[in-house]
Design a protein around this ligand. Sequence first.
Ligand code: PMP
Length: 401
Amino acid sequence: VSRFEGITMAPPDPILGVSEAFRADTHEMKLNLGVGAYRTEELQPYVLNVVKKAENLMLERGENKEYLPIEGLAAFNKVTAELLFGADNPVIEQKRVATVQGLSGTGSLRLAAALIERYFPGAKVIISSPTWGNHKNIFNDARVPWSEYRYYDPKTVGLDFDGMISDIKAAPEGSFVLLHGCAHNPTGIDPTPEQWATIADVIEEKNHIPFFDVAYQGFASGSLDEDASSVRLFAARGMELLVAQSYSKNLGLYAERIGAINVLCSSADAATRVKSQLKRLARPMYSNPPVHGARVVANIVGSTALFNEWKEEMEMMAGRIKSVRQKLFDSLSGTDKSGKDWSFILKQIGMFSFTGLNTAQSDNMTNKWHVYMTKDGRISLAGLSSAKCEYLADAIIDSFH
Ligand code: PMP
């Protein structure tokens, strides 16, 4: 008898489990809209040309595989903070940002959660309802208490702004407010600039600490600066804040696990101390981060030519997603005779669309139409080709009725 007899079977991951089920399906029209990974029009994974160029450069230079310091590659940490706040942002010059390379967005969030657990005992993180499924896992595992604030309004398939504001106000003073910097996952619904300003007002009033998750910088609008405007708005007000970054989507570096945690402090001195503690937390967890993705990012952002090429490729990727979004909307509006207003699809931004399909309807999408998606009604438009828009529209209309 096994010593592990007491260990029961864990449930499959709600997002990554979808890909497993997809692989097992042999139907020719099958479509994987579960995981948020960019695909070409041929629905193949895509390695950015600019990444290949950076990798060739690295190979030519014959770089070694020595350990990185605990905080990661210095050249990466410099450019990642500049990309986020803007290279000419005074917070950089003032050395008020503690930046530590993390294991992509997830690992960076996890490190921040460990910092909160250790130095803000009892403080609560409030997260949007709904949010990316892994947020809850991360705070649960870090033993950080969390609760939800209202975000999505099923009636309008839009933002429940009043609910959001009143829930942020009602949270205990000094809570961490987790915000998606841009391209909210799973809804694709972002606050307007005016709404962001009001959110900042309320957070300041309540002495809360904003905690941004920026997993899609450049991927929402196609512009790196525009997609960082929420974070920059809060920084310009002199607020202290946390930002977890990921290069999985905007550079297609999913498996390289490259990202960072940035803590913007009110003084350089505080930033130095925070950074020392982040390193102390990282050391027993994973010792030091992987080097490859960090070098790729540092080489691309550090070279004007490669940086410009990256921006073009990102616009191309964001553009393809926008065009299938439009095509899906056209197909739905053209085929559906019920008079339903589908314009919410066009208002959403980024990789995802929240369809409003419930669990049973999402099951119909998968069981009858071989369209794989998460049960919350989210579809990843990055996994859709224009050739399959009509088919998807038929599946959605059938599942709604
Ligand atoms: N936050 C959000 C909101 C995300 O959607 C993702 C990617 N699905 C991440 C963080 C982190 O992903 P990764 O760990 O691959 O950077």
